[in-house]
Design a protein. Sequence first.
Length: 68
Amino acid sequence: MAERKLIIKKRKFQGTTSVISARLPDSMIQEIDRVAEETGYNRNEIITRCLEFAIGNLETDMSEGGRP
């Protein structure tokens, strides 16, 4: 499988938003902050783009043993 990269582009989401809370490992937060510093985006924008990428490339496995 070819390696996939997340390329940060111009903001595409415009609309209403909601606040959520999630627990992340400290090391992941540090990496998000590093990327934010490098790109000039804030932490929220980096997380949003990562989630957009993940959802857009998500495959579900509903076979036996897969979680519903």
